[in-house]
Each structure stands twice: as structure tokens, then as C-alpha cells.
Design a protein around this ligand. Structure first.
Ligand code: 13P
Length: 340
């Protein structure tokens, strides 16, 4: 394992005032979002959308790393410039999603396990040769009647740790993403309990598999009440509950934590990240930033709708969200920025 190299990549990804852009939707997920807006679900439309994102002027001011998908990492701008070159020219570290998706976990109705370990060493080596310097693997944990089970949390934590060890062997920084879903009517407290338990299990497995904590990034959910929970809570309560949960479960050796947005509104995702940094800055041992997909892309996608003449307005919306989140990473975001 090349520790100095992993450290260099982590430092580049966790630069002050910047965060990660997740643009690694699998083809089925990307197509689903396109279908809702009447955008054709084709290779070319997906390429054009990713080109729109990567050609936002000044994106590198706010984004330090971008997570690509297998189809996207091989694509280019219409003038032939590869997406990988666009990223490196903008000072953005290229990353790649390497899991092959969450599948039903046998014997565990309603629960999933993420697949993709078979052949992973070879795939990582190819991505690294192409220019990727970090990777992502997402596990999903569902809260519901009698779930999550220990079997599900342990199976997912084990897979995350095996993936992370293989990444570090290949010289790629693993982004370790155990996502406790917002779906359901569970309370904030239930989400806090499940998130803390999941993180303890993940870090125990990372230790077992000899993963270098200094050479990884954690990508967790924020601690939130379920989407259908009648009791929703303030921005400050989410911030305090989330940071307390992380302080209990994430070792100080981990250099950075980059949240997923998970279906929150873009404005709330920014406000909550901001509150965590504003209220807890001096008490946190790690950098706290974003690795959003929907909370950066969705407003721009809604404007674009696959139409060339909406391109400039969509790019402006994406730039705005990246900027808001950059300010939230510093604890300097204000909802007033949404009107400017
Ligand atoms: P969202 O921010 O839309 O939750 O996506 C983040 C991500 O990368 C999920 O794996």
C-alpha cells in the first residue's frame, strides 16, 4: 500500500471550501430520472448531461472530486476531449463507482446487500490506469418493522471493508458509503440508533480487514427522521444529532466525512451541512463536507430537460448549488444565498 499517495489524494479531495460531486448514477438510475422529465434514455443523452456538468465554468472552485460511472469514465466531450481530461484540467480528482448495486439479501426480506467484489482487483487496476484516484461503494440499510437485522448490517459492513482494502492495495482512496435510507416513518432517534450501530459495525470490519483509516473517506447519511415521520425537526437538531452520532462512532484518524444527500431538498442539505460546520467546527476531528448527487444536480436537470437551449440556465443552477454547498462546508452558507 502506498500510504503517501493515498494521503496526497485525500488531501486533494478534502481541500478547504470544496466537496465531492457524485455523478455516478448507474444507467437504470439515470434513466429513471430522465424518464420523469421526458429526456430520452440513451447513451447520448446521458453523455450530453454529463458533458453539461463537467463544462460548468468554475466548477473546480467548489468541487475537489467527482465520482463517475463505468460508462461515463470512458466518455468524452463532443469535441473529443475526454471527461477525465476535463476533470484533471479543472483540478478535480476523478473517482469511480465500483459496486455493482444492492441486491436482495437471501433470507432477509426487505433488506439488501451490495455486490461487486468478484473481479474487483482487476477492475480497480483498469480504472487506476485510466486515471481514477478514488472509488466509491454504497451499501443500503433500511429501517422498518424488525429491520435492519444484524445479518444485513454485518454482510454490508464486511463487503465495504473488503472493497476498501482492495482499493488501498490498488492505490485508490476508498469512499466508504453505508447509507441508512430516509424511506419510512421512523423517528430521528431511530435513525440515530441505526446509524450509530451501522457505523460501529463498519469500523470494526474496516479494522479487521486492515484498512488504513487515514487513507479513506466516510460517506454517511445525515441523521434524519424518516420522510413519512410526522415529527420533522429543525436544522439545528439534525446538525447536533448527526455530529453527536459521528463523534461516537467515527475514529479521529479518519480525515474526512462527505455526506450523501439521500433525497433531502437541496436547500435543506446545504443548511444542515452548514449548521454542523458552524456549530461544531472546533470540536470535530475530521473535515465535514458533501458528496451530493441529487442535492447538486436535480435543480439543473429539471431546467435542462434534454434541451440544448436550456443548457446555460442549467449550468448556472448547478454552479449555484455547488457554491452554496462550498459555503456550507465552511459554515458560511445562508438561506439568503438562494435568492441571489
Ligand atoms: P444523493 O446525494 O442523491 O443521495 O447521492 C449520493 C450518492 O452518491 C449515492 O450513492
Amino acid at each position: 500500500m502506498d500510504k503517501p499517495e493515498l494521503n496526497t489524494t485525500v488531501q486533494a479531495m478534502m481541500q478547504a471550501g470544496k466537496g465531492l460531486l457524485a455523478m455516478d448514477e448507474s444507467n437504470p438510475t439515470c434513466n429513471k430520472r430522465f424518464a420523469k422529465l421526458g429526456i430520452p434514455q440513451t447513451v447520448e443523452a446521458r453523455r450530453a448531461w454529463r458533458e453539461l456538468i463537467l463544462t460548468v465554468d468554475g466548477l473546480g472552485e467548489f468541487i475537489s472530486g467527482a465520482i463517475l460511472y463505468d460508462e461515463t469514465i470512458r466518455q468524452s466531450k463532443n469535441d473529443g476531449t475526454s471527461f477525465l481530461k476535463l476533470l484533471t484540467d479543472a483540478g478535480i480528482v476523478p473517482g469511480i463507482k465500483v459496486d455493482t448495486g444492492a441486491k436482495d439479501l437471501a433470507g432477509h426480506p426487505g433488506e439488501k446487500v451490495t455486490e461487486g467484489l468478484d473481479g474487483l482487483r482487476e477492475r480497480l487496476s483498469e480504472y487506476r490506469q485510466m486515471g481514477a484516484r478514488f472509488a466509491k461503494w454504497r451499501a443500503v440499510i433500511t429501517i422498518g418493522e424488525g429491520i435492519p437485522s444484524h445479518g444485513c448490517v454485518e454482510a454490508n459492513a464486511h463487503a465495504l471493508a473488503r472493497y476498501a482494502a482492495l482499493c488501498q492495495e490498488a492505490g485508490l482512496v476508498p469512499v466508504v458509503e453505508p447509507e441508512v435510507l430516509m424511506d419510512g416513518d421512523h423517528t430521528l432517534e431511530q435513525c440515530a440508533r441505526v446509524t450509530e450501530e451501522t457505523l460501529h459495525t463498519v469500523f470494526s470490519q474496516l479494522h479487521r480487514q486492515r484498512v488504513l483509516l487515514e487513507g479513506m473517506i466516510l460517506k454517511p447519511n445525515m441523521v434524519l427522521p424518516g420522510r413519512d415521520c410526522p415529527t420533522q425537526v429543525s436544522v439545528e437538531e439534525v446538525a447536533d444529532t448527526t455530529v453527536n452520532c459521528l463523534l461516537r462512532a467515527v475514529p479521529a484518524a479518519v480525515p474526512g466525512i462527505a455526506f450523501l444527500s439521500g433525497g433531502q431538498s437541496a436547500e435543506l442539505a446545504s443548511a444542515r451541512l452548514n449548521a454542523m460546520n458552524f456549530r461544531w467546527r472546533s470540536k470535530m476531528p475530521w473535515v465535514l463536507t458533501f458528496s451530493f448527487s441529487r442535492a447538486i444536480q436535480q435543480s439543473a436537470l429539471d431546467i435542462w430537460k434534454g434541451q440544448e437551449n436550456n443548457l446555460a440556465a442549467a449550468q448556472k443552477a448547478l454552479y449555484h448549488r455547488a457554491r452554496c454547498n462550498s459555503m456550507a462546508r465552511l459554515g458560511e452558507y445562508s438561506p439568503n444565498m438562494e435568492n441571489s
